[in-house]
Design a binder for this molecule. Structure first.
Ligand code: ZN
Ligand code: MN
Length: 487
């Protein structure tokens, strides 16, 4: 029997703000000693009054617009009540009715072509603290993370396979980082995902029981956890065992999902509007201001790169994976144009040498770009196009410019990388090679024109590859013709 798989993802993304969601504590807790970024508000002390973070709401709305959502004019912050040791107030401020953004979609490469994954909502909430379990069985709690602004991005169950789930998660990360609302740092938990999955026999109308896999923080784990869970559910269905709506965790060591608790329902949380925060009313003018803040998004830029610069789909997609790289590419193209260097030639340097060197140094494109100025790329390609340097020397000059942050033209001059030009030195070499290879010269003269290839090789060898092969051939032909006339 065939089974249909239905997957929906809930992504939690920390919003990149300086302060927390409802207080002035710093949200940058990464290197802070435990419990140093705290105050009565984020410690949930009775009577402490919250103040919503304007920037967090702006960035969450920006996210909604980037994800094709509608922005709600009326927003209610609610209390989601549950007890947990890392939640000092006993409730999480979140949104229930009237979330900030509704509907929307994200386009991904689906299993059979482009596919839109629809979104239910994007709402704002606050992060919890962090529990640290010690070796002696104790638990410590750090509240630095408590109250850090979060967005929850909820998809409709439009995802049909673990691969699609991964691609959707990757696409979301790309967009969030691109528009500057999230760090994309999954290892630290700044971006994490809960996956809902159900399986039902083909032909059955109603969905199967939903199992939620909590807190997955890598693309690979999303795919693996879902693949495992689908297998497990199908096996259970085949054996006639019921699937219980429940929450499970992904255990990367055993490669399995592990039961955590049977699923609570929304009514268990006793949501009610936060009495300390009045509803937020967002005007059309405010929403338009957010829209004006929205940069060109990766898909639009990828298509423009193909149309405007004549790039292949592959190059365009590689160059628009990260916004810093695609900005850098456009700066390099603009500078290269004045030197008659084409966008395609610039793209080749980026997708080739630039990425290779980034891999080697392990640094971010933005970091490397501080040394390797975008105009250097046109510079090195122009030297190559004008026959001043060979391709081998161009690579050497490019790498030196990348590592040292100096102009390729200066490097070429300093290292003497310029090809041995026609006339002077090259003519001398050509004469020596002709004199040293009388037999080959004789063959050439008797009409075996391909013999010149051997002579070119000899000159190239003598220059250690520093000559332009065309220039060498020309000089050889000239010299052989001249000698003949002389005879
Ligand atoms: Zn605080
Ligand atoms: Mn949530």
């Amino acid at each position: 029997m065939d089974y249909l798989v239905t997957i929906g993802l809930e992504i939690h993304a920390q919003i990149l703000t300086r302060s927390k969601m409802f207080c002035g504590c710093s949200a940058d807790y990464a290197d802070a000693p435990p419990n140093t970024h705290v105050c009565p508000v984020c410690m949930g002390l009775p009577g402490a009054l919250p103040t919503p973070n304007r920037r967090a709401i702006e960035l969450a709305a920006l996210t909604g617009l980037a994800l094709n959502c509608r922005i709600s004019h009326t927003n209610v912050i609610s209390r989601k009540n549950y007890f947990y040791a890392d939640l000092p107030s006993g409730y999480q401020r979140s949104q229930y009715d009237d979330p900030l953004c509704v509907d929307g979609w994200v386009e991904i490469e689906g299993d059979s072509g482009p596919k839109r994954i629809r979104l239910t909502r994007v709402h704002i909430e606050e992060d919890t603290g962090k529990l640290i379990h010690t070796n002696d069985g104790g638990s410590l709690v750090d509240f630095n993370r408590a109250g850090v602004p979060l967005m929850e991005i909820v998809s409709k169950p439009d995802i049909s396979s673990p691969e699609e789930a991964r691609r959707y998660f990757q696409k979301l990360r790309q967009i969030l980082v691109w528009i500057g609302v999230n760090s994309g740092d999954m290892e630290s938990g700044a971006l994490r995902c809960d996956a809902n999955v159900s399986v039902r026999p083909a032909g059955q109308q109603e969905y199967g029981a939903k199992v939620e896999i909590k807190n997955i923080n890598s693309f690979r784990f999303v795919e693996r956890a879902l693949a495992y869970e689908i297998e497990r559910q199908i096996r259970a269905l085949k054996a006639g065992e019921p699937i219980v709506q429940s929450t499970r965790g992904w255990d990367e060591i055993s490669g399995t999902t592990v039961a955590q608790r049977t699923k609570e329902f929304a009514e268990d949380y006793r949501y009610f509007p936060e009495p300390d925060i009045p509803p937020l009313h967002l005007t059309d003018a405010w929403i338009d201001e957010r829209r004006a803040e929205l940069p060109e998004l990766p898909d639009a830029r990828r298509i423009r790169f193909i149309e405007e610069y004549g790039l292949t789909a592959y190059d365009a997609s590689v160059l628009t994976d990260e916004r810093t790289v695609s900005d850098y590419y456009e700066q390099a193209v603009a500078a290269a144009r004045t030197r008659g260097v084409t966008p395609k030639e610039v793209a080749n340097w980026l997708t080739g040498e630039f990425f290779r060197l980034l891999k080697e140094t392990g640094e971010s494109p933005a970091h490397a770009a501080q040394r390797m100025r975008p105009e250097y790329i046109g510079e090195v390609q122009e030297l190559l196009n004008n026959g001043v340097i060979t391709r081998t020397s161009a690579k050497e000059a490019f790498e030196a410019a990348f590592r040292e942050g100096r102009s390729p033209a200066v490097i070429v001059a300093e290292r003497g990388l310029a090809v041995i030009g026609a006339g002077d030195a090259l003519t001398d070499l050509v004469r020596q090679v002709i004199a040293g290879n009388p037999k080959v010269v004789e063959e050439y003269r008797r009409g075996k024109l391909t013999a010149i290839k051997y002579l070119i090789g000899q000159v190239m060898k003598a220059t250690r590859g520093q000559a332009n092969p065309q220039a060498v051939q020309q000089a050889l032909e000239q010299e052989l013709a001249r000698e003949q006339t002389a005879c």
